[in-house]
Write a protein that binds this ligand. Structure first.
Ligand code: GLU
Length: 368
């Protein structure tokens, strides 16, 4: 046989095989895409979208992550496109309701990513931690540098947020905050630096996990109640009560507390300097608040530590008789446990949508 002569049948077979392989590739890619978890992305704005000359939309942000198709199938929607501190409490309610609705109507969805400005991100994330009643993750991400800056880290943070939201290990952990390769619980995280990329810290509790090149890794669990164990049904709430935070500092005037009460506050978080003492005339302000039925949550401004519920008389509590005023104050005072004043405010607003019983409020502060 002439070795150079090509036999027609094997050639045709090889060509057919090549053709099938070429056709198979996109089909296989399509199949493996279909097997990927689905993640929904809700954009609210913030530095992550704040490009000079016009903010990036949810669609533009969704397209800004090279390689996202390896981890998840992404859908997106624009909720708002504003700075985090511009979000109103009505919009907070709307956001929580929308996320609850998306989860309720899409049982196959793996998780939700929310972009936010970083300034009040910890407050929004904690609100979602308390009010989204689903075990699937809500991952809040932002960035410290805007898209017009060299070293913009928004697309990287968003991609990491998508990877966490797609990961089954992220379930049952409440709302999560992902920036700078780190996963923090919305309950404990706080913005600790005005500018640095590593600003989001969980105080002495530590991060829950990290997003590494190969996989998402969790080291810690959150033990307090959240999400699907949450008793707060925000769908029935049309307005959050006013709660103000007032700081204790040397010689502070109680007038600010009175003004908050007179302007409709239903709760005051008093950010005490240590474990309970106020300064100046603030005690008069708090007595006034209690006389008007306004709840007072004591929380420490030190950044860590816990305010314990007051002990009863004869049970480790005060040996002396409380004055009627002091007794009244006690009926309206709740220990903020280990929540920072800002987080205590969010919890009190949410708790007041459910109860105005002091003991119930204290239970809530001890459980969440
Ligand atoms: N850091 C600001 C925030 O928390 C972002 C500023 C902006 O988006 O305009 O929202």
């Amino acid at each position: 046989m002439n070795p150079t002569r090509v036999r027609p049948v094997p050639v045709a077979a090889a060509a057919l095989l090549c053709l099938l392989a070429v056709m198979w590739q996109p089909l296989a890619a399509q199949r493996s895409q279909a097997a990927l978890p689905r993640v929904h992305f809700v954009a609210t704005g913030g530095t992550i979208s704040n490009r000079e000359g016009g903010r990036l939309t949810a669609g533009e942000l969704a397209k800004s992550m090279p390689g996202v198709e390896r981890y998840a199938r992404l859908t997106h929607e624009q909720f708002t496109n504003i700075a985090s501190s511009e979000l109103t409490l009505a919009q907070w309610l709307g956001l929580a309701k929308r996320i609850n609705e998306v989860f309720a109507t899409d049982k196959e969805l793996a998780g939700i990513v929310v972009t936010s400005g970083t300034d009040t991100l910890e407050e929004t994330a904690f609100f979602l931690h308390l009010t989204v009643r689903d075990p699937r993750p809500v991952v809040v991400v932002g960035s410290m540098r805007n898209p017009s800056t060299v070293g913009y880290e928004g697309a990287a943070n968003l991609l990491e947020g998508v990877r966490v939201a797609a990961d089954p290990a992220a379930r049952n952990k409440g709302a999560l905050v992902v920036l700078n390769d780190e996963i923090n619980s919305a309950r404990n995280v706080t913005k600790s630096d005005a500018l640095r990329l590593q600003t989001f810290r969980s105080r002495e509790y530590g991060q829950l996990g990290v997003v590494d090149r190969d996989r998402v890794v969790f080291f810690n669990q959150i033990v307090q109640r959240h999400n699907e164990q949450s008793e707060f049904d925000i769908n029935k709430v049309s307005e959050l009560p006013r709660v103000d935070v007032i700081m204790v500092y040397q010689g502070a005037s109680g007038d600010l507390i009175k003004a908050a009460v007179d302007n409709g506050a239903k709760g005051i978080v008093i950010a005490v300097a240590g474990a309970g003492a106020t300064s100046g005339t603030q005690n008069d302000g708090l007595t006034y608040a209690a006389s008007k039925g306004v709840f007072i949550v004591t929380s420490t401004r030190t950044g860590s530590g816990r305010i314990a519920p007051p002990q009863r008389q004869g049970d480790g509590g005060p040996a002396f008789q409380l004055s009627p005023e002091q007794q009244k104050r006690r009926q309206f005072t709740i220990a903020g446990e280990d929540h920072t004043p800002i987080k205590a405010r969010v919890l009190l607003m949410v708790a007041l949508t459910k109860t105005t019983d002091r003991n119930e409020l204290q239970r809530i502060f001890s459980e969440y």
